[in-house]
Write a protein that binds this ligand. Sequence first.
Ligand SMILES: Nc1nc2c(ncn2[C@@H]2O[C@H](COP(=O)(O)OP(=O)(O)OP(=O)(O)O)[C@@H](O)[C@H]2O)c(=O)[nH]1
Ligand SMILES: [Mg+2]
Length: 350
Amino acid sequence: MEVEEIVEGILLGNKRALARGITYVENDFPEGKEVMKRIYKHTGRAHVVGITGFPGVGKSTTVSKLTQEFRKRGKKVGIVAVDPGSPFTGGALLGDRLRMDGLDTNRQLWLDPGVFFRSMSSRGKAGGLAAKTGDVVRLMDAFGFDVIMVETVGAGQSEVDIIEVADTAIVVLMPEMGDDIQINKAGILEIGDIYVVNKADLGGAEKTEKWLKAMLMMDQEAVEILSKTTHADEAAVESGEIFARMKKGKGWIPPVIKTIADRGEGIEELANAIEEHKRFMEESGLLKERRARRLSRELFDLIMDEIKERLATDESLGFREMVDRVINNEIDPHTAVEQILKVLIKENGV
Ligand SMILES: Nc1nc2c(ncn2[C@@H]2O[C@H](COP(=O)(O)OP(=O)(O)OP(=O)(O)O)[C@@H](O)[C@H]2O)c(=O)[nH]1
Ligand SMILES: [Mg+2]
């Protein structure tokens, strides 16, 4: 398929073109970059939802049920699963999960023009994975999905990066994970816009819920609001009403939602919370802000990558010679950098 055909196909809602475009991007084909350039102005409409959490907590099950819920609400849903399914946790591949839930990835799913699923392996591409995921999301966005969900295992930095492609970040936990310091270490308490305590049928969900709420309350803004409430508000804290009140203030206090994903319990409430967060982000102007921050970081990374690539491949820039001169104490690193930058800038006639 030619670039032109792929771009037109994507804009017309042709899934084969979309799949091909994703393959090009995933494999770093030059055509991938070309496709990305041309579809860019058709992006920015979809709401991107990231779903992360430790292996086996029920992310795929949640994504699958949310897909059904959003379809009921008339929304078209694109799904990206990054490194889905860890065999040791009993986690199923997201594709299998969708199939089990009646959203057959091979038949029904392909017949339903409103759903598209794609998985990406994270093996061997730790560095560029977040950028690639971002591009795949953009292709789906240009295609016309209303909601794009990205599932990723939240256990390290690259996953935290991936969650940053999201307009709404959901962290899925399960009971008895509450006091686990791993959660703090993974930075998970900073990234969530919505928290889900799944597997509520296992018991102990309330404890985890309370712990989470307490941790999330430590947010400075929340402390301020709380300091103005009296002890008579304790009941309001318990019932969650105080959170609703806080949300009406400046900030967003991440709600904590209990679910039993495999039975679909709590999924409607979760979908509501996602829509509520979307509204909040739009109305407060924070969506624009978040996206702007993301884009400036992306541009910065792309520029750095390009410079590194040029220094490594374009011998006329004299990077290797400069390294040798530094090794031989002929020149200091700072002066070397200044001289290389001069060459780089001159080369482009700036
Ligand atoms: N008891 C119980 N089990 C659940 C619930 N939701 C999902 N599970 C089960 O938990 C296991 C893992 O579910 P997945 O949805 O594959 O979890 P995951 O987080 O996507 O797993 P990875 O992708 O491997 O990290 C499966 O056996 C599910 O059937 C729930 O609410 N309660
Ligand atoms: Mg999964």
